[in-house]
Design a protein around this ligand. Structure first.
Ligand SMILES: [Zn+2]
Length: 319
């Protein structure tokens, strides 16, 4: 049973908005594109993991995709958490093409791709840290200490996995796609004793779901001045920020494309890049429209929360 479904990452939405709104020669653009590639690869790996866990027997586990908790000291996000009455399983997904070499002596992982080698933290160490934090979380909320297992899921079937020191832990804990179901079956056979009653499992699931904390935006990391962003309504065909509103539609003076709802993208970009609230005046400035009446009409047509009356209205991003 999937208790918490994965949501599309805010990081990718923010990066897309930045890429749409920065001039092509902006010095921060390469950094944003790099971050985007990494985030998209990560998300693809998580989706592959979701596919494999969906193959499990439906009632066997309560499944949490991308659950983010506060241990009392730190936030931690598990790519997948599987909960049964007998044990919990943390799965970290890695989607990296090329060759992954595990160096357990230093808890490092090297990735070689296109003749370039980069060093990363050993993902097993990361999974272990999450296990420790989940144990703390369970203690904090007075639940019995369940056995917590952990594995690393290497989602790309063409990734070559190397274990030069023949470390047993690497063989045991790192799973290529085809192996993961069998690995989970192994844990099911190993942990027969029920630690949680069905009621306790249900209560724990409820509290885990309630305790999920969405990550905030990472936009500040790029240190981009809000005034650097292009304003206006983007043409969906020629991508210029030049659409003008007349006759009840948006019209592009460059290519003649018309659109009923090109303003939706603009307001989403505003919420992702500038602020999570917008006033009628800010809306007009950002979308290059003159009429406050038209701005009110367009804002009202979107599913936003509205606070305050008349001229002082402030609109909030939908949650
Ligand atoms: Zn156009």
């Amino acid at each position: 049973m999937i208790v918490k479904r994965r949501i599309f990452p805010l990081r990718i939405k923010v990066n897309d908005a930045v890429q749409r709104r920065l001039p092509v020669n902006h010095p921060k653009l390469p950094e944003v594109i790099q971050d985007s590639l990494k985030a998209r690869a990560g998300h693809k790996g998580e989706e592959a993991l979701d596919y494999y866990t969906s193959l499990l027997h439906q009632d066997e586990f309560h499944i949490f995709q991308g659950l983010r908790l506060n241990s009392g000291q730190a936030y931690f996000q598990m790519d997948s958490l599987l909960l049964s009455p007998s044990f919990a399983l943390i799965i970290e997904a890695k989607n990296m093409a090329g060759t992954l070499t595990f160096n357990s002596s230093f808890n490092q992982m090297e990735r070689t791709f296109n003749d370039k080698t980069d060093t990363y933290e050993d993902p097993i160490l990361q999974a272990k840290r999450h296990r420790l934090l989940l144990q703390k979380w369970l203690k904090l909320h007075h639940f019995p200490q369940l056995p917590i297992e952990y594995i690393v899921f290497s989602s790309n079937p063409s990734t070559s996995l190397r274990n030069p020191f023949n470390d047993q832990e690497i063989y045991q804990r790192v799973c290529p796609p085809g192996k993961i179901i069998f690995k989970i079956e192994e844990f099911i056979s190993k942990y027969k004793k029920e630690i949680l009653s069905l009621r306790e499992q249900k209560n724990l699931s409820k509290l885990l779901l309630k305790s999920d904390v969405l990550p905030g935006s990472h936009l500040h990391q790029f240190k981009i001045a809000p005034s650097d962003y292009l304003t206006g309504v983007q043409c969906p065909s020629c991508f210029q920020y030049a659409m003008e509103r007349y006759g009840g539609t948006w019209n592009c003076p460059h290519c003649g494309t018309t659109s009923k709802d090109a303003h939706k993208q603009a307001i989403e970009d505003y919420f992702l890049l500038i602020s999570d609230t917008i006033t009628n005046k800010q809306f007009r400035i950002f979308l290059h429209i003159h009429s406050p009446k038209l701005a009110t009409k367009l804002l009202a047509s979107m599913d936003l929360e509205c606070h305050g009356a008349a001229r002082r209205s402030c609109y909030y991003t939908p949650q």
